[in-house]
Design a protein around this ligand. Sequence first.
Ligand code: COA
Length: 194
Amino acid sequence: MRCAIARCEGREERPTADDLLRRVVAECTARNPDEVRVRHTLRRPATAEIPHGPPIHVSIAHSAGWVAVAADLDDPIGIDVEPRDRRVIDPARLAQRFFHLDDTAWLRSQPDQNVAFLQLWTMKESIGKLRGIGLQGGALAARNFGTPNRVCGSSALRPTAEPSLFHGTLLTADWVLSVAAPRRTRMWLTRAVH
Ligand SMILES: CC(C)(COP(=O)(O)OP(=O)(O)OC[C@H]1O[C@@H](n2cnc3c(N)ncnc32)[C@H](O)[C@@H]1OP(=O)(O)O)[C@@H](O)C(=O)NCCC(=O)NCCS
């Protein structure tokens, strides 16, 4: 799985996402970025294709000035991002209300509960996107997928509490990023300057 993340202004989100997607898809397929066509549909995952090229799975996330994308030739994937400084009001109470009991217990044990909440949130969003179903009105939020797995930018995803579901979270000073895949895929992350 190839991923990229870039900073961008609100108006630039769509063109930035398209540009990043063309780049990662071109890397996956050894083709020219100009050949990649990206399409967005309301409330559906974006798609990318290369005429006469192999089918490609992609996922997009944008949040408060960050755009993250992922592409994979073999399997559907999901990506989500949140700025690390996003303030969640009373994360333990929110988690108790919407997340699984084990999620809440894990969050309470973390030194930074705000960041822990963002890890859980992006993890669940990335899984929802992998499955193409979004969050199904809170049903995915309440599921226990296990502890968010911390990875670095070029490591393999780790198993979750559900079979055939792998996940990784990257934390930097700027953002919290999660990706999900149905196999122990290795991820390659590019931090793009835009
Ligand atoms: C729609 C949803 C997939 C993400 O939406 P979001 O967090 O508002 O926005 P993001 O920027 O992270 O992701 C948007 C991208 O997801 C993709 N997307 C939309 N619907 C999707 C779906 N059903 N499956 C996979 N990807 C989807 C699209 O490509 C979209 O970008 P685009 O419109 O530019 O093409 C879904 O997770 C959702 O329903 N969110 C609601 C928020 C919520 O309840 N969160 C609880 C977290 S525990």
